[in-house]
Every structure is written in C-alpha cells, then in structure tokens.
Write a protein that binds this ligand. Structure first.
Ligand code: PMP
Ligand code: GLN
Length: 378
C-alpha cells in the first residue's frame, strides 16, 4: 500500500522502550513516570467503574470534568473558558493536536514548526496536506529567533505550532516570547496550536506563560493539554483542548469523527480530583528534586548540559564522549551499559545530529541513582 507518511518508521519511543525492556536497561527514554498515580485518584476511578459509569461519555467530554477544568484554568491563569462551548476532552493531547491541526490546515497551507519538535506535529500537518515550514532552534540555549520566524511567514502561513515547556529541550517561553508571537500574527489570518502538556512542570522559579494569558493570542489559540503528565497517568490518554467558541465548534466537528468521545469513568474521577490543587501545585518542586538528583550524577561525567527549565526531560551533549551518530550511541548505551535514552536528532525532519541525548527523569529515585551512577562514569 502506498504510504501517506513514507518517512515514518516506528516511533522512537516505542523503539527505545522495547530495546530497554529487551536489554533489561534502566528506561530513561520514553517519557512516562515509573511511579503510580495518587491512590485517591485510583479509588475515584474504581468508584465510578463499580457504580456504572461505563458507557459513552458525551462527545465533548463529561460536563463535570469540563467544568472542573474550566474552574482550574480560571484559578491558575485567570482566563475563563465556557465549559459548554470552549472546553473539549480528547483521547490524549495527541488527539487534541491532531484535531486542531485538521481544523485549520487545508492542502497547501504552510505551518511553522520550531525544531526540535515533538514527533506528532509534522505527520498531523502532512496528513492534512499542509506544508511544514521549519525554523531551527539552536543548541545550547534553543532560544527562539523571532526574526527568523518572521522571515518564514508568507501569505500561505496558516498556523504556528508552539510547545512550552518544551519536549525535548526543556525551555520555557517568556512573556517577551508571547509578545513577539502576538506581534507576528497581528492582522494576519494565523492560528496558534499550543502544546502545553508540561504546564505544571517548571523549575527554578520559572513561570509557565500559557498562550491563553495573552489576550491577542488567546483569541486565535487552541491550547492543548494532557492529564497524563500532571497526574502520572500517561496510560489513560486523556487530554483536552481549550479554545474560543468558533474554534471549538470546528474542533468538535472533527473530534466527533476521530474518536467521538473519551474514556468515561476516568473523566468522572478527574472531575473530582481536579478540585484538589495540592496534586498539581507542587509538581514543579517534585520534579525539580528529581532533575537535580539526576543532574548531580551527570555532572560527574563528561556530558555537558544546561539544567532543564521545564518538562521531565534533560538533554545533554555527548561531544566530549563520542563522535557516534546520536541514535547509534543511544542504542549502544542501552545494550552495553543498560541505560536507555532518546537521540535528539529524531525531533528534526532532516535528522540534525547535535550530539545530544534526552533523558527522562520522571523515575523513582532508586532508578535515577542507579542510572546516574552508570552514566557518571562516562
Ligand atoms: N506533546 C508533548 C510535548 C508530549 O511530550 C506528549 C507526550 N507524551 C504529548 C504531546 C502527548 O500527550 P498524550 O499522551 O496526552 O497524548
Ligand atoms: N511524550 C512521550 C515522550 O516524549 C512519549 C509519548 C509516546 O510514546 N508517544 O517520550
């Protein structure tokens, strides 16, 4: 069968996690916690499963969950989304991103992608006949050169993909970045698709500046989020999209034919659980300790790095250790020293090899210590 995604193999996350399992390696590759979600949350799910909340949820999501999410959003960001018309629950942020791209991108439309970029963006653009236009963020700071972005904007530009905090490089947008972006799209028919799945995982006093907090951006943005990263429930694949009514209408038109609706009992459980801020307010602190624990070990090695500012990933340069292609090194380290990571080149369409590996530190301290000790010898 001819492929609509001829360049796509199996995703790196599947490949590296399988290799880690086969090799009995510490798995710092795919981004998921090695620890469980709160027992309170599991109890809530059991409660709803046992009490008959097991049929289709409404297409746009369980109303109580949409309301909780709107309340939480208003509390944290001071922005009000109408749960009835502006909040949609999806099967993971992946589905939210796909529906948002599908809502705005027509064949031939250009979409600006800042590379390195999470791996689902470009396939979503391609499947809609869009043309990804790349702007490269350079090591070691990966700061956005807004002038470079401006140069790529044409009459065909339909959307810009944003990701803050950033996977894989761990950068966080500043208020000035939001202003620069708002200036760029002023008086233009450009939409923002903003992936903010790591919104609560920011370090060193950084603040997550959601696109919704900038009024000009808010009007044109699909904010895509995930409960997986915040509540240690990546396996539930529950995400959402917050967007103004007109954008949400088109978004839902598509969502209803992609998955129709999202798993029911978890949504009821989350409706209750989101009302407890203690479960997300301390997340930055929780992960900062893990980042520091892991980085202390890495400091003893010849890896060089700037500490991640957000997300649960740390990237590190191995230029002082090896000249191998990053993919080859990631595979070799998994096999030989039993620590799995992700080569950063996979986050570029043209496989740019900056000699960087990505390590996920959403792992039990014991795993971080053992993997860290091994890596410290490199
Ligand atoms: N965007 C980014 C940047 C991610 O790291 C992930 C996670 N894995 C996703 C989107 C997808 O989130 P979900 O698992 O909720 O589909
Ligand atoms: N977002 C996770 C990561 O970056 C992986 C999700 C997936 O496996 N698709 O590792």
């Amino acid at each position: 069968l001819p492929s609509k995604l001829p360049y796509a193999g199996t995703t790196i996350f599947t490949v590296m996690s399988k290799l880690a399992t086969d090799e009995g390696a510490y798995n710092l590759s795919q981004g998921f916690p090695s620890f469980d979600c709160s027992p309170k949350l599991s109890e809530l799910v059991s409660h709803y499963v046992k009490n008959g909340y097991n049929q289709y949820a409404p297409m746009s999501g369980v109303p109580a969950f949409r309301e909780s999410l709107a309340e939480k959003t208003s509390l944290i960001y001071g922005v009000n989304y109408d749960p009835e018309t502006e909040v949609t629950i999806t099967s993971g942020a992946t589905e939210a991103l796909f529906c948002a791209v599908t809502a705005v991108v027509y064949p031939g439309d250009e979409v600006i992608v800042l590379e390195p970029a999470y791996d689902s963006y470009v396939p979503a653009i391609d499947l809609n006949g869009g043309v990804p236009i790349f702007v490269t963020l350079d090591a070691p700071d990966f700061k956005i050169d807004w002038e470079a972005v401006k140069e790529k904007i044409t009459d065909k530009t339909k959307a810009i993909m944003i990701n803050t905090p950033h996977n894989p490089v761990g950068t966080v947008f500043s208020k000035a970045d939001l202003d620069a972006l708002a200036n760029l799209i002023q008086n233009r028919d450009i939409y923002i698709i903003s992936d903010e799945v790591y919104e609560h995982i920011v370090f060193d006093g950084e603040i997550h500046h959601s696109m919704m907090t900038h009024p000009q951006l808010q009007e044109r943005t699909f904010v895509c989020g995930s409960v997986g990263k915040t509540y240690h429930t990546t396996g539930w694949k529950i995400g959402y999209c917050l967007a103004p009514k007109a954008l949400t209408e088109e978004f839902r038109r598509i969502h209803q034919y992609i998955t129709f609706s999202t798993v029911t009992p978890m949504q009821y459980a989350l409706a209750d659980f989101l009302k407890l801020p203690e479960h997300y307010l301390n997340l930055g602190e929780f992960y900062q300790k893990k980042r520091d624990r892991f980085n202390d070990a890495l400091k003893a090695s010849r890896f060089t790095f700037n500490p991640s500012k957000g997300s649960f990933f740390q990237i590190a340069s191995f230029r002082n250790i090896s000249e191998e292609y990053d993919y080859d090194l990631a595979v070799r380290l998994t096999k030989e020293i039993k620590v799995a990571s992700v080569p950063v080149s996979v986050f570029y369409k043209e496989k740019k090899d900056d000699k960087l590996l990505r390590f996920c530190f959403a792992k039990d301290d014991e795993i971080l210590d053992k993997a860290g000790e091994i890596l410290s010898k490199l």
